[in-house]
Ligand binder design. Structure first.
Ligand SMILES: Nc1nc2c(c(=O)[nH]1)N[C@H]1C(S)=C(S)[C@@H](COP(=O)(O)OP(=O)(O)OC[C@H]3O[C@@H](n4cnc5c(=O)[nH]c(N)nc54)[C@H](O)[C@@H]3O)O[C@H]1N2
Ligand SMILES: Nc1nc2c(c(=O)[nH]1)N[C@H]1C(S)=C(S)[C@@H](COP(=O)(O)OP(=O)(O)OC[C@H]3O[C@@H](n4cnc5c(=O)[nH]c(N)nc54)[C@H](O)[C@@H]3O)O[C@H]1N2
Ligand code: SF4
Ligand SMILES: [Mo]
Length: 711
């Protein structure tokens, strides 16, 4: 028996764990109190790592569809057939007839992240999609347009701030996003303990609101107005401090923002003038303040504008790139610089999607239009699909439409270890090993962490001899596909892929560390591995204007795409609860991880997590009490689930978690299908989108709520 330290890969918090294990068994998973980053913080989801390893439903060998069934085939058969069919379709309909969809877990695995660029290049498709456009796209777009690089996302300095304004995020439960800091809840609590203030803006009185100093309900989808009202006030006496010489467009911004009358802010948002005034004053009164907004503000009709205004607030209060404000990181593998060197600072609207004319972002199209591209005939139609670590049937709005689309494909390959709501439509499922059977390193989330540090987790258990990890699957496919360029280019690509397969992902990671920002300290994989509790690299420090990638190294305050979106915002009337209808928002729970961990016994044994939360008065008006079965209906469909009645949610709003709905035929998730829940995305409209950036508008959609016996 051994005890090995390891960083948990399941969410962005990156908690350090200690795992007691033997060659083939996991005995105990606990928090690593010695970890340089998390110092003993962790959550119940960590136990899921063992469940995933043992899960008898987890796929261990490649599967091929035969009618309604799946049969096991060898890896070689799988790779050969997939390659043949892919090439055949690409010859027939063009290379872009094969689409790709990358799901959230890709961002948690360095093997996937290192292999994906090679794999995507070998496919040469323009039909690329990912969970980015149902999530953090607005953050990346704002970073790209304002700072010149899609990954230059400012990180809230929770440890040193005195005032934190939080919108549309519930880090006490989600453990933080684009803000990696294990144990965030207690870190946030500490702000008020040291005399500071935390203000939460959310249509629900959340678990984070409970540890904050102040909470205000906001009408879903109206944050852009609220943020604009703050910006209007800050523009009266902006405090740019060190940023004075680094910004451009202040005059244009002032004219633009002042063009919208916001005297009726209370009617528009539900938040009073007085509260807006107090928050604006506090943002300036506290020396160190920061505004942070996440999923709830990104996934709304004007989510792009929201993230632009949040950055703007941090700039106008002189808190960007300043201790206690929002800072950029300096991780050991500097993905910002590496991407810049390969020409991937970002791109926006270089082309548009075929069916709905939606903008491209960094080479990808909005995921909310994936089904359209599969279902709409004509030149450029998608006939084949690879999903890699994604479950879009439960994660994208209008899941049923995507199900129809998936069933119509000529080739669908899923790289996934579960036969779930999405992958059951696959012609081939290629299963990677489970997390504890492969190395782990955080390429992405170290770049979003509230402290610079580095840790490496070697695999704990040797995988079976004939298995592949994601890296291996992707590079193997790449070596066989190589669709791009002339014969010489294709040969070179293949040779490169074979070389990568031989060298392995560790070699590439080590190289990236050796050429990174800590090369003078001789950073290497060996050095990190010699420090099982990690190496602390210090707090975030100011780095502007040097780190900017914009022309002339200036921060752009008024980027044209946001100006266009703003103009639309000024004339739009947002869909709000009217008459009988309520407005939907999302919710996450501690023992659930998006759509895919409900088969873990340690997480899915307690009470039902999939219920609708609605306000006491709304419930009373409909004869609904706790536990009443209710039906939620939209133009897309309806779902039935139990109600929970509470004053902790704003009137007119109903909150439902996503990622449930495991009742579908053909899945193999024994535990999850015994507590299936329903999928929120079965009733969300895929046409509801922030059309300026292409992100899905998942919150703020109208819904009719009735008791089941009355509907
Ligand atoms: N209504 C609504 N919809 C939402 C959201 C919301 O708040 N409300 N949130 C959105 C957000 S923020 C996100 S990130 C998306 C997530 O959307 P997706 O990424 O599409 O979905 P996940 O639920 O993360 O599913 C992950 C899939 O990857 C598989 N998997 C897990 N680990 C690995 C691995 O190591 N390798 C491989 N190959 N596969 C693996 C799992 O079995 C599962 O099938 O959902 C979005 N959808
Ligand atoms: N336990 C757990 N942790 C997770 C995940 C999980 O599924 N479970 N998922 C991970 C992923 S992929 C992500 S992206 C992160 C997300 O991390 P967070 O952004 O913290 O996610 P949520 O808990 O969904 O919080 C969103 C909040 O926005 C609020 N909201 C909804 N609509 C509006 C609105 O219009 N305005 C405002 N101001 N607020 C609104 C909701 O009520 C909710 O409280 O969490 C990650 N961590
Ligand atoms: S908070 Fe996230 S990283 Fe930490 S133990 Fe839980 S799932 Fe793992
Ligand atoms: Mo996410």
């Amino acid at each position: 028996m051994k005890t090995t330290t390891r960083v948990c890969n399941l969410c962005e918090a990156m908690c350090g764990l200690t795992v007691e294990h033997s060659a083939e068994e996991i005995h105990r998973i606990q928090a690593n109190t010695q970890d340089v980053f998390s110092a003993g913080a962790y959550c119940p989801k960590s136990q899921g790592l063992a469940d995933l390893y043992y899960d008898p439903d987890r796929i261990r060998r490649p599967l091929k569809r035969q009618g309604d069934e799946f049969v096991e085939i060898t890896w070689d058969e799988a790779f050969t057939s997939i390659t043949r069919k892919t090439k055949e379709l690409q010859r027939q309909h063009g290379t872009s007839t094969i689409a790709t969809y990358l799901g959230n877990p890709n961002s948690h695995h360095f093997g996937n992240l290192l292999a994906l660029p090679f794999f995507l290049r070998s496919l040469r498709t323009r039909n690329k999609y990912s969970a980015t456009s149902v999530d953090q796209l607005p953050h990346m777009l704002a970073a790209y347009l304002m700072f010149g690089h899609q990954m230059l996302i400012p990180i809230a300095d929770v440890e040193r701030t005195e005032y934190m304004l939080i919108l549309g995020a519930n880090p006490t439960v989600s453990n933080g996003s684009l803000l990696s800091g294990a144990g965030l809840s207690s870190r946030i609590k500490s702000i008020s303990k040291r005399g500071g203030k935390v203000v939460v803006i959310d249509p629900r009185y959340t678990e984070t609101a409970a540890v904050a100093t102040e909470h205000h309900f906001i009408k879903p989808g109206t944050d852009a107005y609220f943020l604009a009202a703050i910006v209007q006030r800050l523009l009266v006496t902006p405090r740019l401090r060190h940023l004075e010489t680094m910004v451009t467009g202040l005059g244009d911004l002032t004219n633009l923002i002042n063009s919208l009358p916001l005297e009726n802010i209370q009617t528009m948002t539900g938040i009073s003038q007085e509260v807006v005034q107090n928050i604006s004053e506090d943002l300036l009164r506290f020396d160190r303040a920061v505004c942070y907004g996440r999923v709830g503000v990104s996934t709304q009709r004007f989510g792009g504008v929201c993230q632009w205004l949040i950055n703007t607030i941090n700039i106008l209060t002189g808190n960007l790139d300043r201790e206690g404000g929002a800072l950029f990181t300096r991780p050991a593998v500097d993905i910002v610089n590496l991407m810049a060197k390969s020409g991937s600072c970002g791109s926006f609207d270089r082309r548009r999607s075929r069916v709905r004319n939606l903008p491209e972002f960094s080479g990808e199209l909005p995921a909310a239009t994936l089904a359209d591209e599969i279902l709409t005939p004509g030149k450029g139609q998608v006939h084949g699909l690879f999903t890699i670590a994604g479950n879009p049937v439960l994660s994208l709005p209008n899941g049923p439409k995507l199900e129809t689309a998936l069933a119509s494909l000529d080739l669908y390959v899923a790289i996934d270890f579960y036969r779930n709501e999405t992958t059951r439509f696959a012609h081939y499922i290629l299963p990677p090993v489970s997390p504890l059977e492969r190395d782990h390193f955080d390429l992405v989330f170290n770049a979003f962490a509230l402290r610079n540090q580095v840790r490496f987790s070697p695999r704990l258990i040797d995988p079976p001899g004939d298995s592949y990890d994601d890296w291996g699957i992707l590079i193997e496919l790449c070596s066989r596909l190589s669709a791009s360029g002339n014969r010489l280019a294709r040969w070179r690509q293949r040779a490169m892929a074979r070389l990568l397969l031989r060298l392995g992902s560790r070699f590439v990671l080590d190289l990236a560390l050796r050429i990174g920002p800590y090369r003078k300290q001789r950073m290497s994989l060996k050095k990190i591995a010699a420090n099982p509790n990690g190496i602390d690299l210090g707090p975030l420090t100011p780095c502007l204007p040097g780190r900017l990638f914009t022309k002339h190294k200036m921060i752009e305050l008024c980027p044209p795409p946001f100006v266009a979106a703003w103009t639309d915002l000024c004339t739009s009337s947002l869909q709000q609860s009217s008459g009988d209808r309520l407005v939907l928002v999302g919710r996450r729970s501690l023992k659930s991880n998006n759509s895919w961990m409900h088969n873990c016994p340690s997480l899915n044994k307690s009470r039902n997590q999939c219920y609708a939360l609605l306000n006491t008065e709304d419930a009373f008006a409909r004869g609904i009490t706790d536990g009443t079965k209710i039906e939620l209906s939209t133009d897309i469909g309806s779902i039935t689930l139990p109600a929970k009645v509470s004053d902790k949610i704003m009137r007119g709003v109903v909150s439902v978690p996503h990622g449930w709905g495991h009742h579908r035929k053909g899945i193999k998730l024994s535990l999850a299908s015994s507590t299936p829940g329903v999928s929120l995305n079965d009733i969300l409209d895929d046409q509801a989108i922030d059309e300026f950036c292409g992100n899905a508008a998942l919150v703020g959609q109208a819904v009719t709520v009735n008791r089941v016996d009355r509907s």
